[in-house]
Ligand binder design. Structure first.
Ligand code: HEM
Length: 195
């Protein structure tokens, strides 16, 4: 982020800083599996993404969070990825348990949401890669497609909503902890698929 962004989006900058290393590790772990080398490899990547997106569905359905992020339900990509798996002749299989929203504070849930919404930024790059496999926004790579109104503006609106939250000092820490927890779970789910 530029220094202007750091001034205008201090919380978002802090979220990025606190999770930069764990993001890079996750990115490297995924790329080490050559997810774009074949449809089969891509299928494994999709199965990982489905585990993660299915796990967090309760966050996207949360009434409490919708009060702060009004288009929350439409941001959920779980159905899109289930269709992608179907395109590739694979089953969408989630873990038995989804996240329990009642176990999270509001700030922690927003930290989780940051991680899942943020992953759409990297998706822009990945969407270009999958075209070499013949996959696109209509077949096999729906979940990587940007929203109708543009990725940039969706992310900007998300950043503004996060910055507008009224959080006390403890809640501020919960926000960062929620993001760290989300990345930790993402690592675990990746291991479920690749180990
Ligand atoms: C091969 C896999 C991945 C690659 C290559 C990748 C790459 C990227 C890139 C290039 C950005 C910055 C985009 C920009 O600033 O315009 C980004 C942002 C982000 N990615 Fe990933 N990513 C990957 C996987 C993931 C996954 C699986 C998650 C979450 C579980 C994730 C979470 C995030 C978050 C939260 C951000 C936003 C950072 C911020 O600006 O605050 N990424 N990613």
């Amino acid at each position: 982020m530029s220094s202007i962004a750091q001034v205008n989006f201090p919380r978002m900058s802090q979220l990025k800083r606190t999770t930069a290393e764990v993001h890079d590790n996750l990115d490297n772990k995924i790329m080490a599996q050559s997810p774009f080398a074949s449809k089969e490899n891509h299928g494994d990547f999709l199965r990982f993404q489905y585990l993660l997106l299915n796990h967090v569905v309760p966050i996207y359905n949360s009434q409490q969070l919708t009060a702060f992020f009004d288009d929350l339900a439409s941001r959920n990509r779980c159905d899109a990825i289930a269709l992608d798996l179907q395109d590739l002749g694979m089953k969408a299989e989630g873990l038995a348990e989804q996240i329990k929203i009642e176990d999270l504070t509001l700030a922690q849930a927003v930290g989780w949401l940051y991680v899942i919404e943020g992953s759409k930024l990297g998706a822009a790059m990945l969407a270009k890669e999958v075209t070499q496999l013949g996959l696109d926004a209509d077949f096999g790579a729906r979940f990587l497609a940007g929203p109708g109104n543009g990725r940039g503006s969706q992310w900007r609106e998300f950043m503004q909503a996060v910055e507008a939250l009224q959080l006390n000092a403890d809640e501020e820490l919960e926000l960062y902890q929620g993001a760290k927890d989300a990345f930790a779970v993402a690592h675990q789910l990746l291991d479920v698929i690749y180990q």
